[in-house]
Each structure stands twice: as structure tokens, then as C-alpha cells.
Design a protein around this ligand. Structure first.
Ligand code: G3I
Length: 449
């Protein structure tokens, strides 16, 4: 899905009173809604291996409105063996994004790393052509694709790779040309790290973007944004972003993580957020993981949520920089509202709960329950979901579940989304292992306070 479509969808939801985009007196309470109110997205690198951990999924679903597959759309997952495509892991990311009603970024098509050994300088051109065509055909609804990743050394020279060896400097333009032809609608990006500071690597990327733009081949540049104490967020970062934006491309922070803790980490996160806000063509920020414990450099505690999914100071700094606030008194958070095909509302004291099945695959299905406040605002709600044996709920998101002794009855309460204005909605979701029984769960009466 394209960014414009996402924003269009958000506008429709806003007009239905489901999401406040701007001009609202109430502060936005999640990164996603606060960023959307500024016309940006706030994304996360998602790893399907953790989708069965409910705190992971609920945090991802509540806070972010763009997903990037941390690993599962890379070459060594998608085509580890020549001509044999493994779409399953990446499909889980794409489907998760679709379920959430948000965009996903494709990462990445042509990269020297996580590249299987069968790709060599002898077959790299043909392999690259086939790979790009197959992947873009399979995931045509990605908002962006990182077509080429990390092609420059620190001194601005080209990094050695089978692609560089086979095709020379022209391999990048060739990759973009193939991608453009395969999917004219997806935004095509160059993505790299250590571009944030002026210097030869930044200049090399600048010249590349300028040349590709002149040929109509590129739409965006990704600044990965991996920072640490030796490589802090530069003061003039917004100027760098603007320098590239002036070439006529979107700029994005695509893999943000910042080593550290406490207020110094928070300040740097704030700085990146402000830099993006200062540049109209900065379309959004993606942080490289949900929780410190699963970060590729977890010892650096570089993310916005700690290992127990608590919000860190860095989280609050980003939310505040986006104009949001955790301490909002009303307005609530709406994620993934707008169900179709619900099975009817259940009237209760001050709220209704409406169930719909949103996805079915293999041995399981996803359900969503939309909670809608009645004619008065509410600050809490609860609803039961009863599954029918031998069904089992294997994951939940956007709510806090508790269980009865049998494991069949789940009582769902809010997870940061309890406060709803009159008539406003929020939703939670869950995955049911069908175990051969595809009956819809029974939704109890919604109670509010
Ligand atoms: O899947 C295998 C598993 O079968 C095996 O048992 C295990 C043993 O080490 O490895 C697993 O693969 C690992 C893979 O992540 C999936 O978990 C690789 O070893 C590991 O190297 C790989 O790390 C990823 C790294 O890219 C690879 O270069 C990180 O998770 C991922 O966060 C990181 O992301 C990159 C961006 O794509 C590009 N920019 C830099 C960024 C950080 O390095």
C-alpha cells in the first residue's frame, strides 16, 4: 500500500471519528497516532519469530504504523537456494501490516550481506534480475523498497560484492531500472548507514541519488541511523536530510537505534525526531526493533522499549517531540478501527464489542474486536472472548488478557487504549489455533467504567 493511500485511509478514519489526525485538542498517545498527526509514519523493524509473544505483538500493533521485515524479506531467506522461493516468513510481516491497516517497507533487494553463496560474479546479473522481478511481483503492495543497500565504503568508494564485480558501478542503476519496470508504483530507495554526517560517504550517496533521480529511477533515500557514543546524532542532521530532499526525493530514517540509556539517549532520539519533523519530505522514522531484548545489539539497549516492554525515557522524548503525550486525559488510541463484516454489536453499559474474523491461513485465524464507547466517554472497558474447544488463542495484541482456569475464556482489558471519547472506538486482536474447529468465538458483553 502506498503512503498516500495510507494517509488517505487515515483521513477517512479521522472523518469517521476513529483517528484524530490534527487540530484535535487531545494529545495523541502513541507514536503512530502522534506521527500521523504530523503527516509522518512511525515504523518498526518487525520479526515474525516473536509474533507469538503477546507483549511484543501488542506493543508493535499499538505504537507503530509501518513495518519493515528485520530479516525475512532478505535474499538469504527468500531465495537461499537458486530458483526456490521461500515467501512464508516475509508474508507474515506483510500480512501483519495489512491486518493493522498500515504500510510495510520492503527490505532489501540487492545487498552484499545475507546473500547466499550461490550468487557469484559469474551469475550475479541474471540472479539480480530474476530476484528483483520475483520479489516485486510477490510483494507489490509494499510502500517502499530498499532496492540497493550499503553499496559504499566509508571513503565513498564502491564496496566489493558479486554485483559490483559482475556489472561494475552501473549495477545500482541497473537494479533500480529492473525494479521500476517490475513495479512502477512502489517507491524505490537507496539505503545505507553512516550517511548522517557530512563526508565522502554522504557525498557518494548524494551523487548517486542525484544521478538516479535525473534518470527517473529513484524516489527515496534511507538513512539507517545506527548511532552510538562514538557516532552520536549530528547537530545538523536536519540540514543533511534537507540536502537530499532538495534533490526531489523522500528522505526517511529507516533503522534508527541509539546506544545508551536515560536522558542522554532520550535527547538524541528527540534530536532525530525533530530533524525529521523539520523536513517536509522526511516521510517517517523506523526504529530497528520493538524491544531492547531482541535488538541486534541488545547490549547497547538502543530502542524505545526495555526488555519488559516498559516505555523508556527515549520513548517519552520521541512522543513529546511528535506533539503527543502519554498523560492525555481523553481521546484514546485507535488502532486498526473500521471493521467490515462484523457479526453485530453486543450492547453493554457504555460500550459495545463487535467481532470480525480478519484473516485465515493454514491452521489458524485472526479475530478482531472493536470496542466502541456509547454516548458518554469511558476510561476503562472489559470484554470476554470464549473460544470453542479444541481451539486455543495463541497470540493477542492491543489489549491485556487474563484467562480462566480452562484456558477457553479470555477477559480482555485495555493496554493503554482504555480511554475513549463518546462514540470513539479502539480494537484488540488475537490469533486462534483452530485445531479443526473454525467456529467464531463468543464475545461477551462489553462493560465500561
Ligand atoms: O536464522 C539463522 C538461524 O537459523 C541460525 O541458527 C542463527 C545462528 O547464528 O542465525 C540465524 O540468522 C541470523 C539472522 O539475523 C536471523 O536471526 C544471523 O546469524 C544474524 O547475522 C542476522 O542478523 C541480522 C543482521 O542484519 C544481518 O546482517 C540482524 O537480525 C538484523 O537486525 C540486521 O539488520 C541490518 C539491516 O538489515 C541492514 N542495516 C544494518 C542492520 C543491522 O546490522
Amino acid at each position: 500500500m502506498h503512503a498516500a493511500l495510507i494517509l488517505g485511509l487515515a483521513a477517512v478514519l479521522a472523518s469517521a471519528g476513529l483517528v484524530a489526525l490534527s487540530g484535535s485538542a487531545t494529545a495523541q498517545t502513541t507514536l503512530a497516532s502522534a506521527a500521523a498527526a504530523k503527516g509522518k509514519y512511525f515504523g518498526v523493524a518487525a520479526n515474525e519469530n516473536y509474533f507469538n509473544e503477546s507483549a511484543y505483538t501488542s506493543t508493535m500493533t499499538r505504537e507503530f504504523n509501518s513495518l519493515t521485515a528485520e530479516n525475512s524479506m532478505k535474499w538469504d531467506t527468500v531465495q537461499r537456494n537458486q530458483g526456490q522461493f521461500n515467501w512464508g516468513p516475509g508474508d507474515r510481516i506483510a500480512q501483519q501490516a495489512r491486518n493493522m491497516g498500515v504500510q510495510y517497507r520492503g527490505h532489501t533487494l540487492v545487498w552484499h550481506s545475507q546473500l547466499p553463496g550461490w550468487v557469484n560474479s559469474g551469475n550475479a546479473r541474471q540472479a539480480m534480475t530474476n530476484h528483483i522481478n520475483a520479489v516485486l511481483q510477490h510483494w507489490p503492495d509494499a510502500a517502499y523498497w530498499d532496492v540497493v543497500n550499503e553499496a559504499f565504503e566509508e571513503n565513498g568508494s564502491r564496496r566489493n560484492s558479486p554485483f559490483q564485480q559482475a556489472m561494475g558501478d552501473g549495477f545500482i542503476a541497473e537494479a533500480f531500472r529492473i525494479a521500476r519496470q517490475a513495479d512502477p508504483d512502489t517507491k524505490l530507495c537507496y539505503n545505507d548507514y553512516n550517511l548522517e554526517n557530512p563526508g565522502p560517504k554522504q557525498d557518494a550517496a548524494y551523487n548517486l541519488v542525484r544521478d538516479l533521480k535525473a534518470q527517473g529511477l529513484i524516489d527515496c533515500i534511507g538513512f539507517q541511523g545506527h548511532f552510538n557514543s562514538g557516532n552520536p546524532v549530528p547537530q545538523n542532521f536536519h540540514q543533511t536530510l534537507q540536502r537530499f530532499a532538495d534533490l526531489g526525493v523522500d528522505v526517511e530514517i529507516t533503522e534508527l537505534d541509539i546506544a545508551g540509556s536515560g536522558s542522554s539517549q532520550a535527547q538524541q532520539y528527540q534530536g532525530v525526531t525533530q530533524a525529521c519533523l523539520a523536513v517536509t519530505r522526511c516521510t517517517g522514522i523506523t526504529v530497528w526493533g520493538v524491544t531492547d531484548k531482541y535488538s541486534w545489539r541488545s547490549q547497547d539497549t538502543p530502542l524505545l522499549f526495555d526488555g519488559n516492554y516498559n516505555k523508556k525515557a527515549a520513548y517519552t522524548a520521541v512522543l513529546n517531540a511528535l506533539g503527543g503525550s502519554s498523560g492525555g486525559t481523553s481521546g484514546g488510541t485507535t488502532v486498526g478501527g473500521g471493521d467490515n463484516g462484523g457479526n453485530g454489536g453486543t450492547p453493554g453499559a457504555g460500550c459495545t464489542a463487535t467481532y470480525s474474523e480478519t484473516d485465515r491461513w493454514g491452521d489458524r485465524f485472526n479475530g478482531r474486536v472493536v470496542i466502541t464507547a456509547g454516548s458518554a466517554p469511558i476510561s476503562n472497558w472489559s470484554v470476554t472472548v470464549t473460544v470453542h474447544s479444541p481451539q486455543r488463542i495463541s497470540a493477542t495484541w492491543n489489549g491485556s488478557p487474563t484467562w480462566d482456569g480452562s484456558g477457553n475464556v479470555m477477559t480482555m482489558r485495555p493496554n493503554g487504549n482504555g480511554t475513549l471519547a463518546a462514540g470513539a472506538s479502539t480494537s484488540f486482536g488475537f490469533t486462534v489455533m483452530a485445531n479443526g474447529n473454525w467456529q467464531a468465538p463468543t464475545i461477551g458483553t462489553c462493560t465500561a467504567s
